[in-house]
Design a protein around this ligand. Structure first.
Ligand SMILES: O=P(O)(O)OC[C@H]1O[C@H](OP(=O)(O)OP(=O)(O)O)[C@H](O)[C@@H]1O
Ligand SMILES: Nc1nc2[nH]cnc2c(=O)[nH]1
Ligand SMILES: [Mg+2]
Length: 183
């Protein structure tokens, strides 16, 4: 039985749930990229845990690279400004690129990345988002090809997702108690 962190009000996805979701996504990606050699681009830092799992669930030749963009800093609200903190080491022109992201919330991060990466002329460009947050009244700016699960409009932590750099190492997906981030 998992020990729940005292700052977490509810576990939404257990380790077992996550394993099942990642296996399903890996199988979908494997099927779609058969005969290709996609480049998976993980968005640091939140997506590292999902990247580590999903790349091992994909059964075809692939490459990996990383980009760091940040819009949240240490807070729970997006600044609205996306910055590239670290760019790719790989040329993506002509490659089948799959962006690996932990969560789509306002969609600002992925909208920025799609535009930025598209301008480098990849052969294809898709998104695998482990989580998509359902925000009432908000239209999603981008549509991920692969989605792990939908989560409610709460602050989510664990499985790579932080608040002020904490909780990334929780093995499950949980809701952070609002009093912790000062809502
Ligand atoms: O859809 P959005 O509203 O743009 O939010 C999603 C992004 O926010 C988080 O990253 P953050 O910028 O906090 O950095 P991190 O990955 O290093 O935690 C998360 O990992 C996504 O990348
Ligand atoms: N940790 C975390 N980062 C986010 N970035 C955008 N939304 C979220 C969220 O719910 N949790
Ligand atoms: Mg991130």
């Amino acid at each position: 039985m998992e020990q729940i962190h005292p700052d977490v009000s509810k576990v939404i996805l257990s380790e077992e749930d996550i394993k099942g979701i990642v296996a399903r996504m890996g199988a979908e990606i494997t099927k779609d990229y058969a005969g290709k050699n996609p480049l998976l681009i993980a968005v640091l830092r939140g997506a590292v845990v999902f990247m580590g799992d999903v790349m091992r669930a994909i059964d075809c030749p692939l490459g990996i690279d990383f980009m760091a963009v940040s819009s949240y800093g240490d807070g729970a609200v997006s600044s609205g400004v996306v910055r590239i903190v670290k760019d790719l080491d790989t040329k993506i022109e002509g490659r089948d690129v799959l962006i690996i992201e932990d969560i789509l919330d306002s969609g600002l991060t992925l909208k920025y990345l799609m535009k930025n990466l598209r301008s480098r002329r990849p052969a294809s460009l898709e998104i695998a988002a482990f989580l998509v947050k359902d925000v009432p009244g908000q239209e999603t700016a981008v549509t991920p090809r692969y989605v792990g699960a939908h989560v409610p409009d709460e602050f989510i932590v664990g499985y790579g997702l932080d608040f002020a750099e904490r909780y990334r190492n929780l093995p499950y997906i949980g809701i952070l108690k609002p009093e912790v981030y000062g809502k």
